[in-house]
Design a protein around this ligand. Structure first.
Ligand code: FNR
Length: 186
């Protein structure tokens, strides 16, 4: 199974990037994770949506070839960071590559609530009519106080969070297998 991880922070030392790298390494036997950062994605512009910049077409191709998308979002002022919303705007147009593509969400922030508000908004956006992505139900991964749980090398050092992530990953893989079986039975 191929999964594309989209990281909603473009800073070099991003905890969300480190979390993506941790997931990539820890679950490498469960799925292949390609991590994408959004540094090169320009502002969405309706004038160019039919012939978008190369960074956008490249991302769209990766998503088309993937079985699912893992979104890793920080929380900025109680919501989804602009770079992430901007990217979703591109993805929601023309060939609508997220339509029907399963999504899985997690997020890390320094606040104790760990991206609760950002994820609430992200779920609403991804499930909107224009985007149309089915969301892994019933599993919410909030890594609050992330600076105390992810070390400089990118290891998740908080054992309860690791255990929880193991369980959610099982649920994600099972959910994806069920989706595949449903498609095969049609
Ligand atoms: C933040 N941060 C933050 N944290 C949080 O829990 N709730 C919030 O609403 C905000 N708001 C916010 C706004 C802006 C503009 C910045 C720059 C930061 C702190 C945030 O959790 C912290 O910077 C994380 O480290 C961001 O994620 P990355 O970049 O490490 O992936």
């Amino acid at each position: 199974m191929k999964v594309v991880a989209i990281v909603g922070s473009i800073r070099k030392e991003s905890y969300n990037l480190k979390l993506a790298q941790y997931v990539q390494k820890r679950y490498k036997d469960r799925f292949e994770l390609e991590i994408v950062t959004l540094n090169d994605i320009p502002f969405y512009n309706q004038d160019t949506e039919n012939d978008p910049p190369a960074a956008v077409t490249g991302l769209k191709s990766k998503i088309k070839a993937a079985d699912a998308v893992l979104w890793l979002t920080p929380e900025y002022n109680g919501t989804v960071p602009g770079v992430l919303v901007n990217t979703i705007d591109w993805l929601s147009r023309v060939d609508k590559v997220m339509n029907g593509k399963p999504s899985w969400i997690m997020g890390a922030s320094m606040g104790v609530l760990g991206t609760v508000k950002a994820q609430l908004h992200l779920r609403e956006i991804l499930f909107s009519v224009g985007v149309g992505s089915p969301l892994l139900p019933g599993n919410e991964v909030y890594v609050g106080a992330c600076h105390e749980k992810i070390d400089a090398e990118g290891n998740l050092t908080h054992e309860p969070t690791v255990k929880f992530l193991d369980m959610v990953t099982d649920n994600f893989v099972n959910w994806m297998n069920k989706q595949a079986a449903l498609v095969a039975s049609k």
